[in-house]
Design a protein around this ligand. Sequence first.
Ligand code: NAD
Length: 381
Amino acid sequence: MKIGIPREIGPGETRVAVIPSMIPSLKHGTHEVLVETGAGIAASFTDQDYLQAGAQILPVATSLYESADAILKVQPPQIHPAFQKDEAELVREGSIYVGFLAPVANPDVVKIFTRRRITSFAMEYIPRISRSQSMDVLSSMSTIMGYKAVLLAANRLGKMLPLLMTAAGTVPPATVLVLGAGVAGLQAIATARRLGAKVEAFDPRPAVQEQVKSLGAVFVEMELPENIETADGYAREQSAEFIKKEMEAIAARLPKVDAVITTAQVFGKRAPLLISEEMVKLMRPGSVIVDLAAEQGGNCALTKPGETVEEYGVSIIGPINLPATIPVDASRMYSKNITTLFRHLFPKPDASLDFNDEIVRGCCITHAGEITNDIVKKSLG
Ligand code: NAD
């Protein structure tokens, strides 16, 4: 197969789907890899790096899309500014597309893919099972988000994170509260601890307590709801009564903390609202909230996605696409995820697929002119 890596065109997108060091693994002795000129430059990878790794460089996106049997991307297809055409229309009829897709939010792309008989795979639909861990792009990007959230908070705070005992006196450590201790939350805890902060954290899944404590953070004790975890390890949506109690526990902590990193999410739902406007008023001036759930509705009532607002002396940061702010390592991790997935989907030189495989079934969205994914089929009819 000829595998094409186009330059990402989304505003602010700096990642590239495959970095040069993954090219030999992607070629796997049988495929050719074509890269659009400049595809890796925002992530510090030059055309020369790709050439040395055994890829070919193509000067324009259209020639790449026309030649490739499979396209590997980061962002879902969007209108290409140079051609005023949706990238989904540029992908060659009957070929393969792998990348983030957000199919329910992008029904037009799904329609184009079925009409043009594109076999498409959504990275975010890969089942999160043990054997797909190295393909799990939600985990790898969450790791980056958790890390960067702490740096954003540290940068905005008027104080340092660690305890320092100096000739100029003792500087007390900052206190960071992390809400939600999944992949992003645990990385936020680890990063804040590495920088020397005192860290407290809460998550309603009981299994998380030990993980929080093993990172040197204090678990905020409260009565946990029963039967909170789904078979997939996700938190279920909690009752209004539980959220009320949780908000009371958080409110009691807020006057004492310098930064709050919120990461709480419930799969397929709006993120739970955990910090109301009244609760923000309880924080000391100069405190910071970094809301990693900003794009899913926000854990804080005052969050504005993509903005930093200051209310009652508190900075509320609602970052979007944080992985793109660390393009080298975000691309490195994404690249490993997508290359492993591609090799799993197509273990042989041809494009035949094994729909008996849970991973193939889970992330394949369209094939042979049909929507193959049940969730997407249900949502889009
Ligand atoms: P996520 O991004 O959906 O949610 C983030 C966190 O928010 C979760 O830990 C959740 O429990 C928490 N949360 C939900 N409601 C909350 C509330 N009211 N207050 C505070 N926190 C709340 O989750 P994620 O980080 O992508 O993954 C969560 C879990 O899924 C993992 O820890 C793991 O158990 C499982 N997982 C399994 C695999 C695998 O087996 N390959 C891979 C990744 C994740």
